[in-house]
Design a protein around this ligand. Structure first.
Ligand code: ADP
Length: 305
């Protein structure tokens, strides 16, 4: 078996909805693998089947070589699943909660180590209700790790977090992965998938459209970089012919957008503008992103909600 998770032709039909329409993929040991797609794409359903929380309608799932339908209990013991914070018992401290979760697996929790890992070392005696959103979310990760699992599953780990808490969570996931943990997550944030995942499966309406490293997906749809800036006076576009790497020019005074095929030419563009005494401002560079990939695959713009 090459994949730590192997999924073949997975289908899940709810009463009136075919939520997952025959997806196949594998997750490799040690990677961060992401299911990326808008709400309703079928990400959570797929994840919950892999976690042994619900059965599929058809198709085959092996997690750590275990069949999700037959060896469900063994599977659950060997994976970590991020729980929703609303499910925590009241009046127990974080340390006590970790002990409780560990005892469910017949283990003792290393409270200090787990809380230290998620940046909550000084919160051992605090209760979940006293934590910020970001802290709560990080605690859910500590609680998913009490039994030393081999794969960590995260369903939308940063939804609802403010930008700083989101970046902290990204760093935490990277740290955990750097220690050798395989991570499978779902997200509807393009940026998150691009930053965190070694490989991404782009999901839309129950199907996986493409699986690859984010950079390769992006390179496939666009190999140009956009430069845009504003000018004080209309300019003669002919000056740009001096740089053959400029393949497209959109000039709609006062805005100018250039597409270049080589990032190395950015300074040449700036020099050219200065040589022609052109005053410019708001100079920005934009490389293609997963949003362009999604647009290319589905023909529609990516919308989070
Ligand atoms: P995502 O995680 O990508 O937002 P979901 O897997 O939650 O997508 O949902 C996929 C589709 O399945 C949606 O149309 C959703 O309404 C439907 N769905 C999810 N769970 C259930 C359920 N328990 N019963 C009926 N339909 C469901």
């Amino acid at each position: 078996m090459s994949g730590i998770i192997e999924v073949k032709n997975l289908v899940k039909t709810y009463k009136h909805t075919q939520a997952v329409k025959g997806v196949s993929f594998e997750v490799r040991r040690g990677e961060v693998f992401g299911l990326l797609g808008p709400n309703g794409a079928g990400k959570t359903t797929t994840l919950e089947i892999l976690e042994g929380l619900k059965p599929q309608t058809s198709g085959e799932v092996k997690v750590l070589g275990l069949d999700n339908l037959i060896q469900t209990d063994e599977l659950k013991k060997r994976i970590g699943v991020q729980l929703q914070s609303s499910q925590y018992l009241h009046h127990l401290s974080l340390g006590e909660l970790l002990d409780l979760f560990a005892s469910l697996y017949g283990r003792r929790a290393d409270r200090r180590q787990l809380l230290g890992l998620v940046g909550l070392k000084d919160k051992e005696r605090a209760e979940v209700k006293d934590l910020s959103g970001g802290q709560k979310q990080r605690f859910t990760i500590a609680s998913a790790l009490v039994h030393d699992p081999q794969i960590l599953f995260l369903d939308e780990p940063t939804t609802g977090l403010d930008p700083k808490a989101r970046r902290d969570m990204w760093q935490l996931i990277k740290n955990i992965n750097a220690q050798g943990m395989t991570v499978m997550l779902t997200t509807h944030y393009m940026e998150e998938a691009e930053y965190l995942c070694h490989r991404v499966a782009i999901m839309d309406r129950g199907n996986i459209l493409e699986i690859d490293e984010p950079k390769k997906l992006v390179d496939r749809v666009a190999d140009t970089t956009q430069i845009s800036f504003f000018v004080e006076k209309p300019i003669d576009q002919k000056i740009f012919s001096a740089i053959p790497e400029i393949v497209k020019i959109y000039a709609d005074y006062p805005k100018v957008i250039l597409e270049i095929t080589s990032l190395d030419k950015v300074s040449a563009v700036i020099k050219l503008l200065k040589d022609h005494q052109i005053t410019f401002f708001g100079f920005t560079l934009k490389t293609a992103s997963l949003e362009d990939v999604y647009l290319d695959l589905t023909g529609k713009e990516y919308k989070n909600e």
